[in-house]
Ligand binder design. Structure first.
Ligand code: PL3
Ligand code: FE2
Ligand code: FE2
Length: 231
């Protein structure tokens, strides 16, 4: 259990840990904030699912509050400007898709890509987190599976009509995730999280999601590795 050993060695109060945490914590706070806004928007685009989507939005707001508390607990000030820049491309693509009523693209960005990214990150973080943040993150990650499930169920029910748009949205947005991972790699390592583990966990979650929606294993391989070699 190398990760358990690592967590015993981590000094959560060292300057180098707190410096890295100021960016990672901000990314997670910003990600939860954007997820909150994205589910409110999705509620407008999918009026039949509005109540459920507003429920998910509320959970995202709670997640944000939880991660803000994690930062305060370590006496870290999150670098929100860095985090907004970190999410800007996915943010922009979601906004443009929402304005054009491309709900399949919005679901792929938020409920598949961002939720899988969050699930991978939180799963890898839990064994190396401080006690306070571990308890918060364990509660959050359970919710994230239900958010991923919402996207899976909707896209599965509308698979044939969504297939082409999913392909295009995946091609546009998945390479952005690999870039985001590269940007966070050094800070994540300070927190005891390896990039290889994040990539692996992401590919498993995302591949399972695509398969549940109805893609063949050949398509899943092709789609989930899109842009990875170039990253
Ligand atoms: C949606 O519910 C949440 C969106 C959050 C996205 C988080 C991405 C995190 C990537 C940074 C890796 C380090 C994670 C550390 C966890 C505290
Ligand atoms: Fe969340
Ligand atoms: Fe979520």
């Amino acid at each position: 259990m190398p990760q358990l050993e690592a967590s015993l060695e981590i000094d959560f109060y060292s300057e180098v840990y707190k410096e890295a945490y100021s960016r990672i914590n901000a990314i997670v706070i910003e990600g939860e904030q954007e997820a909150n806004e994205n589910y409110i928007k999705l509620g407008e685009l999918l009026p039949d699912n509005k109540d459920q989507l507003l429920g998910l939005a509320k959970m995202e707001h709670r997640h944000k509050k939880g991660f803000e508390a994690c930062g305060r607990n370590l006496k870290v000030t999150p670098d929100m400007e860095f985090a907004r820049l970190f999410f800007s491309q996915l943010h922009e693509n979601f906004q443009v898709a929402a304005a054009e009523n491309r709900v399949v693209t919005c679901l792929l960005i938020q409920s598949l890509i961002i939720e899988c990214f969050a699930i991978a990150a939180y799963n890898i973080y839990i064994p190396v987190a401080d006690d306070f943040a571990r308890k918060i993150t364990e509660g959050v990650v359970k919710d994230e599976y239900s958010h991923l499930n919402f996207g899976e169920e909707w896209l599965k029910a509308n698979f044939e009509a969504s297939k082409q748009e999913l392909e295009a949205a995946n091609r546009q947005n998945l390479p952005i995730v690999w870039k985001m991972l590269n940007q966070v790699e050094a800070d994540a390592r300070v927190l005891g999280m390896e990039k290889e583990a994040l990539v692996e966990d992401f590919m498993i979650q995302y591949g399972e999601a695509l398969s549940n929606i109805g893609f063949s294993s050949r398509d899943v391989m092709r789609l989930s590795a899109m842009g990875l070699a170039a990253a």
